[in-house]
Design a protein around this ligand. Structure first.
Ligand SMILES: [Zn+2]
Length: 368
């Protein structure tokens, strides 16, 4: 709206490229390669007039900003509430050959519910069953997309669909991690390009709606602005939640909020703080080959007694070795007790117990 351009439902609605959409009951963006990208200059010169609303330029054009790069996509809406939700609906609701059977959905639900005990408290919400999908919040879709989906769907969802989902999940793990977003951006982009292309074959041409298409521009936003949490709507929504909680009477809510905001000291947004997470049962990654589970806090405030799992193995090998984004398989046999300094315990993870004494270790990657 502030850029005075057409919406994503319009023929020229993509903020990043000038591809003309194709109407098939909904707006689709079928082309994935050789996209002609918009630039600050092409935007200011209105080189594609159909993209803009009327003659008047956006008031933001008077600012010295890049009118394309300064308005990134938002993964909370486009990926969590968009693509991840769309996939879950296709697997559980829409009557096609990609839908899971009732028994399979029940199996996934059982696995999700079992995970409620192991999800660390830095997650705002614990997993809920797919029967409650209509009430899932953005953070729940994010949790599924980055962490739990790969574990609960494995061996249940059709293998080709699972492998396809893993290209999306892996790319998102990379782009959300501050370290991997720098070192593996190109790889994440290639994965997303494959995901969009292959999605059109697996789920039909209707799959390529705007949210799916926007994945093709996500890595470029990360290159210019940093990992996904640097420019997502998650902190905004979280703050909105605080603001909503300020309303007590419901009468003149805006005035009430304005008064409360004047009284309040600016609030710091919640962050994942691993140093506050050191408690019994908490799991931390120590190195690419080792992780530990806190067994007990000691009398010495500086050290903690931990069970250290050595020789961590890959959990998945498709589309790449999952150790890259911090998903491992650990064996109880390859573990030992050690006293560790608290300063080693910064990279938070959680453990999911599997049959035969195996454990899946999943690293927490998001930062907000
Ligand atoms: Zn585009």
């Amino acid at each position: 709206m502030v850029r005075c351009v057409k919406l994503y439902s319009g023929y020229y609605g993509c903020d990043k490229c000038d591809q003309r959409g194709m109407w098939a009951g909904r707006m689709l963006y079928p082309v994935i390669e050789n996209l002609n990208l918009r630039t600050d200059q092409s935007f200011r010169e209105c080189s594609q007039p159909e993209h803009h609303h009327g003659e008047n330029p956006s008031p933001f054009c008077s600012l010295p900003i890049d009118m394309v790069k300064a308005f990134p996509g938002d993964y909370m809406h486009q990926c969590c509430l968009g693509v991840m939700r769309k996939l879950l609906l296709l697997w559980t609701r829409v009557r096609t050959e990609v839908r899971m059977s009732r028994a399979q959905i029940a199996q996934v639900n059982n696995r999700l519910i079992a995970l409620r005990k192991v999800i660390p408290t830095c997650f705002a919400r614990r997993p809920r069953s797919l029967d409650e999908l209509d009430r899932w919040k953005a953070t729940e879709f994010r949790q599924f997309m980055l962490y739990t989906g790969k574990v609960v769907l494995r061996g249940i969802l059709q293998e080709n669909l699972f492998d396809h989902f893993m290209t999306f999940s892996t790319a998102m793990c990379i782009l959300v991690s501050p370290e991997l977003a720098v070192s593996h951006t190109c790889y994440a982009h290639n994965l997303l390009q494959f995901f969009v292309d292959r999605g059109g074959i697996l789920y039909g041409p209707q799959f390529k709606v705007y949210n799916v298409h926007s994945l093709l521009h996500l890595a470029a936003d990360v290159t210019s602005l940093g990992s996904l949490d640097h420019f997502s709507a998650f902190p905004f929504e979280s703050h909105l939640h605080h603001i909503k909680n300020m309303v007590r009477s419901g009468k003149n809510p805006l005035m009430e909020i304005a008064n409360r905001l004047e009284e309040t000291i600016p609030m710091k947004l919640p962050e994942t703080r691993p140093e506050n997470m050191v408690k019994e049962g908490a799991v931390f990654i120590l190195s690419p080959g080792e992780c530990c589970e806190v067994v007990s806090l000691t009398d010495n405030a500086e050290t903690v007694l931990c069970r250290v799992y050595t020789n961590l193995q890959s959990y998945l090998l498709t589309p790449c070795d999952s150790r890259i984004y911090g998903a491992f398989r650990a064996k109880t046999r390859a573990s030992e007790m050690r006293l560790l300094h608290r300063s080693c315990l910064v990279k938070l993870a959680f453990v999911i117990k599997e049959p035969h004494g195996h454990r899946v270790v999943v690293t927490v990657l998001h930062t907000i």
